[in-house]
Design a protein. Sequence first.
Length: 367
Amino acid sequence: MKKGLCEICHPKQWKTISSDMLEPQGYPVYGANGVIGYYSEYNHEKATLLITCRGATCGALNICKPFSYVNGNAMALDSLSPEVDLKYLYYYLLARGLSDAITGSAQPQIVRQSLGKVIIDYPILEEQLRIAATLDKVSDLIAKRRAQMDKLDLLVKARFVEMFGDPVLNPMKWPEQPLENMADIVSGITKGRKAKETELIEVPYMAVSNVKDGYIDWTTVKTILATKAEIEQYRLLPDDVLMTEGGDPDKLGRGAIIQQPLENCIHQNHIFRVRLDENILLPSYFAEFLQHQKAKQYFLKCAKQTTGIASINMRQLKGLPTLVPPIEIQVYFNDFVAKAGQSKLTIQQSLDKLELLKKSLMQQYFG
C-alpha cells in the first residue's frame, strides 16, 4: 500500500525549551540530534519517530523514548496510524532519505509541507513487524561490535596512562624534546599547482578527510596527477604518522598511523607527514600521545584561529614538546597496542560483514 507521510501521521514541531530551562534530571529532552538534557514535563507519552528539521544534520532520524519532551528542532511524526509500525517507518525513511524534503541552502530545513510529498510504501502489518525485527537484530549486533571497538580503544588509553602517566602532569619525569629532534616532518603536494613535466602519473593521495583522530578513514581515497619526482618526495611509508594542519579547534593536530599505505600513495599539503626516528620514538606511543591533553593544549595555545577554524604551521608542529620515555618501555606498550589491534581487526571484519548484510537487507526490503 502507498500513502503520503502526512496521511499516516501528523508531523509537528513542538515548543522549544531553552537551554537554561533544562534540568539535571527528569524526562529526557530530544533536540535535533538526540537527548540534550532533562525537563520536569513531557509532551510525548509514546515512543515517536523524530526528523531533524534544521541545520547540517537536517533529515537525520531518531526515535524518542516514551515519556519524553521533543524540542522544536525535531519534527515529531505524531499520531502514527495503527496500520504502520514505528520501526518499519524508521527503516523505510532511513533507506529512502529525505534530501528531497529539505529546503534552504544557507540554513537547511524541513517543514511540514515538504513532508507531504514523501510517499510511504508499506506491506501488511505482520510483514512490517518481520522486516523491522530482522533489521533490529542486525543493527543490535552492529552496535555491539562498535561498543567492543570503543572498549579496546579505552583499554589502550588506560594502558598508556598506567605505563607513562598523564602527559600533562608527567609524574614519572620523562625527558622532553621538541618533535623535530626525533622526526622528519614534511608537508605534502599542492592541488592545482602547475607541473612542468608532461609525464604525469595518477596516484592515490591522503586528504584531510582521510585523517581522523587516531585512525585512517579509507572510505574515499582520491587520486592526483604527480610527477615521478613528486611521488618520490611525498611517497608514504608504513608507520608514517599523518597529522592535519587545521580544522575544528577540538580536532586540531589530529593524527593517525598509516600502517599499510597504498602503492605510491602520497599526501596533500594540508597534511604533515611525520616520520619518526624509531630508535627514540615509536609510532604507536606517539600516536597515543597525540590523543592526550598535553599535545592538544599545545596546539590550541599556538594555533591561528579564524571563524571557528584553527590551524598550525610546520614550525609549531616541529616545536611540539614531546615526552620521551625509554624505548624499552615504549616497546612493551607497542606490543600491547599490536595485540589490541589484532582484536580490533577481527571485530572490524565482523562489523564489515554485518554492515554489508544490513545494506543488502535494506536494498531487498525497500529497493
